[in-house]
Design a binder for this molecule. Structure first.
Ligand code: AOF
Ligand code: ZN
Length: 382
């Protein structure tokens, strides 16, 4: 049977899923730096009767523009006419910093659009799919929807709940400790886990620690994988009293990698001005009745500044506080084989690691070896 030129045989649901997996993988390329936008991927495929071929690929650019579809369409040029476009999130329908992707797809004369989920952004929310259908384009949605919901969890959380998707990452010794009291940066996990941790930094918008961790560890919180140094997330310190020293590794690098300090109204304004003079952004946050920064409000402030995903790397008080407030969406727990013994710092306050692992709010996605350690990956149910 002769296939219609430019259209070919209709792909099977399996083929659709394979192309969509490719689109999702393209979108992942800019995870961690497309914020405030979702990191979307698009792939344009045409079949002139001799099998499918890719004529355009795109992914959301750093800072969120141009959108994935625009990039892929520009690459495909006239070859987009009659082709199928796989896009990892509903194409936008609003006039933003440029015209809507749905209009660009219609004008390019594509035949079919395959997408995953509706974009929860109220400016889109189904309108993109509707516009395409009204223009006579065949639209298939729901392909790889579960994968897309994970991929775009940050965007979805920010749009729906006004806060970033929170990833809690911690490395615990066999006896449940994350460090030793009074000691700086005690090595717990091995090299493979360290590299995976840095890869996670590269693909998350922001990284947060409490000032206690910043004071004890004097961390840099950048991504230090070869070739990925430019992928460091925004570094954020929760610092109620404005105690972060100006000669800390974080502040000294504030001109190279953004540093935001969230301080309470009790902090000395002169200290905060000193921090600002170093290029650090100071964000004022209200305090709770106990005199601590309200974590929920702090997360809202970060989402307002555009962050869609946040990696939390310590310490125990911040981790426990976020868990208790139901503000943790994903947990990466690296379990090392050796005990620390002696005066270890427990991972959580008033809760054991086993207790957190058994928390019914989470499902276990994965528990696998990672070098000499194990990586346990949990995901919040709702
Ligand atoms: C797409 N393709 O690659 C992305 C989309 O500020 P703007 O104008 O860039 O619009 C941002 C919104 O666009 C964002 O909230 C989300 O709804 C959508 N992101 N849409 O068609 C893309 N990144
Ligand atoms: Zn768009």
């Amino acid at each position: 049977m002769q296939a219609v030129k430019g259209r070919g045989a209709s792909p099977s649901p399996d083929e659709d899923r394979r192309w969509m997996s490719a689109a999702l993988a393209l979108g992942r390329r800019n995870a961690g730096r497309a914020w405030p936008n979702p990191a979307v991927g698009a792939i344009i495929v045409r079949d002139d009767g001799d099998g499918p071929r890719v004529v355009g690929r795109g992914w959301t650019a750093p800072g969120g523009r141009p959108h994935a579809e625009t990039v892929a369409l520009a690459q495909a040029g006239a070859l987009a006419r009659g082709a199928t476009v796989y896009v990892s999130l509903e194409p936008c329908s609003h006039v933003g910093r440029t015209g809507p992707c749905s209009v660009a797809l219609i004008e390019a004369g594509v035949d079919r659009v395959v997408s995953t989920l509706e974009d929860p952004d109220i400016r889109v929310a189904g309108d993109g799919h509707r516009m395409l259908r009204e223009a006579g384009i065949a639209v298939t949605t729901g392909v790889c929807a579960a994968e897309a919901a994970r991929e775009h969890a940050g965007h979805i959380r920010r749009v729906r709940d006004g806060r970033p998707h929170v990833r809690l990452k911690l490395a615990v010794s066999a006896d449940g400790f994350v460090g030793r009291f009074g000691e700086r940066q005690v090595p717990i996990s091995g090299d493979a886990a360290r590299q995976a941790g840095h890869a996670l930094r590269a693909t998350t918008d922001g990284i947060l620690v409490g000032v206690g961790t910043a004071l004890v560890d004097d961390p840099l919180l950048t991504c230090r994988l070869p070739g990925l140094a430019g992928r460091s997330p925004v570094r954020i310190v929760l610092d109620t009293h404005g105690r972060l020293p100006v000669d800390s590794a974080l502040v000294r690098s504030a001109h190279e990698v953004p540093l935001w300090v969230i301080a309470g109204g009790v902090a000395d304004p002169r200290r905060l001005a000193e921090l600002e003079a170093t290029g650090t952004t100071v964000i004022a946050a209200p305090l709770t009745a106990e005199g601590r920064i309200d974590l929920g409000t702090a997360l809202v402030a970060l989402a307002e500044r555009g962050l869609t995903t946040l990696l939390v790397e310590g310490g125990p008080r911040v981790a426990t506080g976020l868990l208790e407030a139901g503000l943790v969406d994903e947990i990466f727990l690296v379990r090392a084989p050796d005990p620390i013994g002696g005066d270890g710092v427990p991972a959580f306050i008033g809760r054991s690691v086993e207790d957190v692992l058994a928390d019914p709010a989470f499902v276990l996605l994965n528990d696998r070896p990672l070098g000499e350690d194990r990586l346990v990956h949990l995901w919040r149910k709702d």
